[in-house]
Design a protein around this ligand. Structure first.
Ligand code: ZN
Length: 132
């Protein structure tokens, strides 16, 4: 069974911490040990696991991505959001986390971030948990 987390972004580009929401889905699933796959069913969003303690890291990630992949540099795509498509491909739309004793296994400083690159929008994060 696929579970979905609804994510509502508020800015064009932002990282949204979904760690607690993913943990809630794992707790509700009743799975104690296994793997939780994370999948973003969008073409202008992504998923990453990175520093959760210092918010300036999120700013630096977004700032650097925007420098590397500018919004307007004569892209062919008529919708005008090619930068968002490219950022999505660079960061990636899938990931996974281990589940141990019903809890996400993350490093001390790690959080799970839904990456919005063309918001604000209503988004979904798909989860598939496998018991092992
Ligand atoms: Zn587009």
């Amino acid at each position: 069974m696929i579970r979905y987390i609804n994510v509502k972004s508020k800015k064009r580009i932002e990282l949204i911490d979904v760690t607690d929401l993913v943990q809630k889905e794992i707790s509700e699933s009743g799975i104690k040990n296994g793997i939780c796959y994370l999948y973003v069913p969008h073409t202008t969003a992504a998923i990453t696991i990175n520093e959760g303690a210092d918010p300036s890291v999120q700013r630096d990630i977004l700032h650097t991505l925007s420098k590397l992949i500018p919004k307007d540099v004569g892209y062919a795509h008529m919708e005008g959001n090619s930068d968002a498509h490219i950022k999505s491909s660079v960061i990636g739309i899938s990931g996974f986390v281990f589940i141990e004793e019903g809890k996400l296994v993350l490093g001390t400083w790690q959080s799970i971030y839904f990456c919005e690159f063309d918001g604000p929008r209503h988004r979904r994060l798909a989860l598939k948990m496998i018991e092992t």
